[in-house]
Design a protein around this ligand. Structure first.
Ligand code: FAD
Length: 310
């Protein structure tokens, strides 16, 4: 590795000052799981590493406006293990659980993962399907970027060199909503996905019609891809196997994977259709199961009791 300076600012103000001092020659480092590899391969050669590890107050997970606010420095493991996340958004905990191994998840941070912007990563499709936003902060203020606009190319995002991801916000799910994330792993359990798909659906109160849906895929293009044409096929439609299959075909048209050791481009396209269909089916099954598991409202329970006594 080439020599570099290492700075350990204690707060955001000091981070901004160090970034200003070194300009585009500086690189933030959080968990280091992606950056150190890139430095060893000499793909990046920063003259200064600005460590975020001593910056306090950026690793919390809390409820905000009914949704979840996750600090940019929260680790993947913290999201996966958080009782708050598991209770309110189990899909998110499950998705972070899919990342690599526990050793990687213990170090890798939510902000570092999103800034790294590898299209094969697991969290982005789920976060896009959940309608998440990213808060980017610089010395001149903060801005909020919807995650489905955040990724621009291989390892490229809308972040400016002086911006730090301080927070990810996942809005509250509407009633009768649920989701699924599926990672196709034909090689080993800790590999990156060959294809991944996330779907978040909202059904009407009878659980028969799709009121809203968001679908996103990973490993099938230069960025994670939101499958808007597939979503359009489903909105307002009854829950039917044919509609899910049609949405899968629409998603297939939207992706543009490369052939590599995980599969040919043609195979990945076919798998995109299959995994979108399966994610939709799993999401609907989850919503219906949740509805069955919920205790009936008090009035309904009273009527049922009376009926039994007769
Ligand atoms: C062996 C291995 C297997 C893996 N397998 C998977 C997998 O199966 N699925 C998956 O999803 N991922 C996988 N990953 C990738 C892993 O998710 C990323 O390495 C990790 O998310 C990066 O987070 P980090 O905190 O370590 O980032 P770092 O390595 O510290 O930084 C990555 C990039 O983000 C920038 N950065 C860091 N923090 C911030 C911030 N708060 N704001 C702005 N920019 C920031 C850095 O400057 C750098 O450019 C794997 C990684 C390894 C090493």
């Amino acid at each position: 590795m080439i020599p570099f300076e290492y700075r350990t600012p204690k707060n955001l103000k000091e981070v901004h000052a160090t970034l200003k001092e070194f300009g585009t020659d500086a690189k933030l480092i959080a968990g280091g799981t992606a950056l150190v590899i890139m430095m060893k391969q000499r793909l990046v050669r920063p003259s200064c590493l600005v460590s975020l590890r001593s910056v306090r107050g950026l690793n919390g997970i809390e409820v905000k406006d009914g949704g979840l606010r996750i600090g940019g420095l929260a680790t993947h493991r913290a999201v996966e293990a958080s009782s708050l996340v598991r209770r309110r958004l189990p899909l998110l905990a499950e998705t972070y659980h899919h990342v690599a191994t526990i050793r990687v998840r213990n170090m890798a941070t939510v902000g570092g993962g999103l800034a790294h912007a590898d299209p094969n990563q697991d969290p982005p499709p789920t976060l896009i399907a959940l309608g998440a936003t990213v808060k980017a902060t610089s010395a001149s203020g903060s801005r909020v970027i919807p995650l489905d606009e955040f990724f621009t190319d291989y390892y490229e995002t809308l972040l400016k060199p002086d911006e730090i991801i301080t927070e990810v916000f996942v809005p509250r799910l509407a009633a009768n909503s649920g989701g699924a994330y599926l990672k196709f792993l034909p090689r080993t359990a800790d590999d990156y996905a060959t294809v991944s798909a996330a779907a978040v659906l909202t059904l009407d109160k009878n659980k028969k019609t799709i009121s809203d849906v968001r679908i996103a895929l990973g490993s099938v293009g230069v960025t994670p891809i939101r499958a808007t044409a597939a979503e359009a096929v489903l909105r307002g439609q009854p829950v039917k196997a044919e509609a899910f299959a049609e949405a899968g075909e629409k998603a297939k048209e939207a992706v543009d994977p490369v052939s590599d050791f995980r599969g040919s481009a043609a195979y990945k396209k076919d798998m995109a259709a299959v995994f979108v269909r399966r994610a939709l089916e799993k999401a609907v099954a989850g919503i219906r199961q949740q509805a069955r598991a919920k205790p009936a409202p008090k009035a309904a329970r009273k009527t049922a009791k009376k009926g039994k006594r007769r």
